[in-house]
Structures are given as C-alpha cells and as structure tokens.
Design a protein around this ligand. Structure first.
Ligand code: 4AD
Ligand code: MG
Length: 458
C-alpha cells in the first residue's frame, strides 16, 4: 500500500506541504460539527498524530460516518496544509476504511489506567504511553548493540535451555516433557526419562557460557531473555526479563566499573538523541524533571562506596528502615534507595560485598571476607547492574562451590576454564527492563514488557 509514514510527513513537512499525500493509520479521537469533522490519526511511526480535516459536503455522508470511529483503520488521500494551530494537517479528499471497529473496542477513552491496560496487553501498543515505551525499548536495544559493536565485542547467543543454575539461587524454571505421573522411583530415574535425559531448566543468566566465549574471543556480550522463578511480587521483578551481559578478559573490577559507567552513559545519550518526542512525553506525563535527571547522569561521575562504608552510612543516617542494617546481611531496596537517592543523589557503585551473600564465581578479596563485586544502584529503582571480577583460582573456586553445596561434577566445564589458560576477567549483567524504567520514569516493570510474566500471572 503506497503511503507516507506520519513521522516522515512531520520530518519533511516543508517538502510535502500543499502537495498530495496518502497516509494510513488508526483513529485515536475524532470531533464532529455541522460542516467539518476532525480526526486524530496515528500510524505508530510517530507519537504525534496527524489531524485530518474533512469538509463534510465534499465526501459521502455515510463514508464520513464510518470513519468517525475510535480504533478504525483508515487510508486517506489529501493535501498537507500548514495550520496555525496544529502545525500541519491533512485536508481530506478521499478516504477508505481499511478496518472498522465496533463499539466494544476497549480503548474508547483518551486516558486509561495502567492497571486496566495490563488486562489488555494485545491492545496496549495502540496507546500513546505504550507507543512511547516500545519506541524507547527498541532504540535502547539498538544502542546496546551499537556500543558493544563499536567497542570490539562479539555478540554471542548463549543457550536458553540449560542444566546449570548460574546464580545458584535455585530459581530456575524446569523444562520437561515428562507427564506429571511416571513410574520413576527416584528423582534421578525421573530426570533420566526426560527429554534431555537430565534435569533441565530455563537459564537465569548467560554468564557461564559468556565466560567460555570470552576466554577465546576476548570480549563478548549477550543480550537475551533470562528467566527467574522468584516469588518477588514487586514493581521491579519479572519472571521473564532481558539481560545484557558483557564479559571481558584481561580486565579487573576497576576496569569493568569504568566500562559499565561509559556504557550506561552511552546508551542514555543515544536514546536522548533519538527519542526526543518520547522522552519529552515521559518528562511531562510520567516523571517531572526526567530530562534534567538524565542530563545530570551524563555529566556527573557515578558515586563509589564499599559495602562496609555503605553499612556505616546507613547506620548513621538516622533513618527508620523496615529491615535492620547489619554488616553481613544483604542490602534491601530501601537501603539501596537511600544510598542512591538521598546520600549520593546519582548512580552509585557499591563494591566489595560480603562473600556469603554473593554468588560462587566472584573473586575472593584478600581480606577473606569480601568479594570483588559491585552492584550499580540508581535513584528510583535500586540495583540495575550486578557485576564482578571472576574468581580464577581453581582451588578457591572449588572451595566456594563446595561451601554452597554445589556438585563440582556438574560444573566441570566451568572448572576447566580455570585450568586451561586462566586469566583475570570480569563482567556484568544489566537488567534491560530496569534500564528502560530508569530512562523513561515508568514505575512498574510490567509496563516495559509486551507480555509481562510475573508470579501468578501468565
Ligand atoms: O545481579 P544478577 O542476578 O546478576 C547476574 O545474573 C550475573 N550473572 C550477571 C553477570 O555478572 N553476568 O542480575 C543482573 C541484573 C540485576 O542487576 C537486575 O537489573 C536484573 O538483572 N534482574 C532482574 N530484572 C527483572 N526481573 C528480575 N526478576 C530480575 N533479576 C535480576
Ligand atoms: Mg544482583
């Protein structure tokens, strides 16, 4: 169907003006009067609608009536006109209804609550809010690839079905073709009879295979879906979310922290340069001061503090926290948010966490208590990056795994990499949806995903 994208129309309006144009799209709203009717048409290419102006005498009455329907799909021929009030509008000469839309179409109002829109995920992309979210999501994904491709990283595709629980937190979804009842007498027998002849699940992280790749390819990144059967029913947890995981050889914790900061600034800048309308909309409607916040992130150095210092800061804060702060216990979201929102007022890397609350693969520090790991915390959200230098000492690694009750045989490939040409390497995982929340001000992770999967809701 030959037509011009509405985005193109606005971008090159000076060339199109007073000429014939054809556009396609859906009716967002309409207004009618005796002699003129107005339609706000949107085709998904631009947050801005184009206004159609219909001189009623010039078109068939029934035809006009069938087009004045919220949700209907139209093809329109007309002339692009400069208008004082709207910038540009189309004087309609001919219109065709491509798809009618009966009265039970749920998006009749101009504004719907996000809760309501979550009940109709298949129709959400037809609203301005989700058009803006998915435009930013798309550009942000492109920016991620752009950064790594420009910096010599290879994009690797790590398996989605796997046998190893990378984070060791036991939050893997199982993958099975076994019926719910089998003759198996033991767990072992049950899994032996399964599709892979072994217990399998959906990956919680591509890190382990990412490390194998980096230890040959030098610098890699993954960007794909990861899955966690966490029972955390919060605005920041999804059971299916996308993760970006670079892994870099000949790189220690300080080096990877520099990379993470540069990367975060790069992708924010890229979205700011390419999603003006969307960010302006979020700034106005979702988070006042969003653009200023993002500018501030670009122009300031991220904060740095050790976990041990952070615990002191929290204890001295005079704040009443729901969870007590004690050295050795994990930082809760309320603690993370205090540090980043009130103490630093900008993104902050908290480093050197107690080994006991972190994963087995992190490099053990000389103090025998902490690991060379960092979480990047940002205002409004808390943790968006989990990062560490990896333990490369085979014996220390085995000890850490044994301490966590991990079966060494199941991780023999991982241990091999510490036997054969082991080198200092580091990596991190960025939660893609949390990054979208940070850039847009969207408050609930459910509104960054096309189909959010959360506990109790498919
Ligand atoms: O801190 P995490 O668990 O780190 C890892 O998975 C490492 N293997 C990463 C690495 O070093 N390669 O998760 C990384 C990030 C978190 O900081 C958070 O942003 C996001 O993934 N994340 C979630 N996002 C949405 N829903 C969930 N349930 C999430 N769990 C983690
Ligand atoms: Mg983490």
């Amino acid at each position: 169907m030959k037509h011009t994208d509405i985005k193109e129309l606005f971008a090159h309006a000076d060339e199109f003006v007073n000429g014939s144009v054809t556009v396609c799209g859906w009716v967002r709203t309409w207004r009618d009067s005796k002699s003129v009717a107005f339609i706000e048409l949107n085709d998904g290419t631009s947050l801005k609608n184009i206004q159609l102006v219909i001189e009623k005498g010039s078109l068939d009455e029934n035809e006009v009536k069938s087009a004045l329907v919220v949700g209907a799909a139209l093809q329109v021929d007309g002339v692009l006109l400069a208008s004082e009030r709207n910038g540009y509008e189309i004087g309609v000469r001919r219109l065709a209804v491509l798809g009618g839309c009966p009265q039970d179409y749920p998006l009749q109002k101009k504004h719907h609550t996000l809760e309501f829109l979550r009940t109709i995920p298949h129709l959400r992309p037809r609203t301005k809010y989700f058009e803006a979210v998915f435009a930013v999501r798309s550009r942000l994904a492109f920016a991620v690839h752009k950064y790594f491709q420009q910096h010599g990283y290879k994009y690797v595709h790590t398996p989605i079905i796997t046998g190893s629980d990378c984070e060791g937190a036991g939050e893997m979804f199982r993958v099975t073709t076994q019926p719910w009842k089998t003759d198996a007498k033991t767990e072992q027998e049950y899994y032996a009879g399964d599709f892979f002849g072994a217990k399998a699940g959906l990956t919680v992280s591509g890190q382990l295979e990412g490390e194998y790749s980096a230890l040959g390819l030098g610098r890699i990144y993954t960007f794909g879906p990861t899955f966690r059967a966490e029972h955390s029913n919060t605005t920041r947890h999804a059971a299916e979310f996308w993760q970006i995981e670079p892994e870099v050889c000949f790189c220690d914790l300080q080096d990877i922290i520099e990379i993470a900061e540069e990367f975060i600034k790069f992708i924010i800048k890229d979205v700011m340069d390419n999603c003006h309308d969307e960010l302006a909309y979020f700034d106005e409607r979702i988070e006042k001061g969003l653009l200023e916040k993002l500018e501030h992130v670009l122009s300031s150095d991220f904060g740095k503090i050790t976990y041990t210092e952070a615990v002191e800061v929290l204890k001295k804060s005079g704040k009443e926290f729901k969870y007590p702060v004690e050295w050795g216990s994990d930082l809760q979201t309320e603690h993370e948010r205090y540090l980043t929102e009130e103490y630093f007022k900008k993104p902050v890397f908290v480093t050197d966490y107690p080994a006991d609350i972190k994963a087995f693969y992190m490099k053990q520090n000389a103090d025998g208590k902490t690991v060379a790991a960092t979480d990047l915390l940002v205002p409004g959200i808390g943790e968006i990056i989990g990062c560490s230098e990896r333990e490369v000492d085979l014996e220390k690694l085995k000890t850490a795994m044994t301490k966590r009750g991990m079966p060494l045989e199941a991780y023999s490939e991982y241990l091999d990499t510490r036997k054969y040409g082991s080198v200092t390497h580091s990596g991190f995982g960025l939660g893609f949806e949390r990054m979208i929340m940070y850039i847009t001000g969207v408050q609930n992770i459910r509104d960054t995903l096309l189909y959010p999967r959360t506990v109790g809701s498919l």
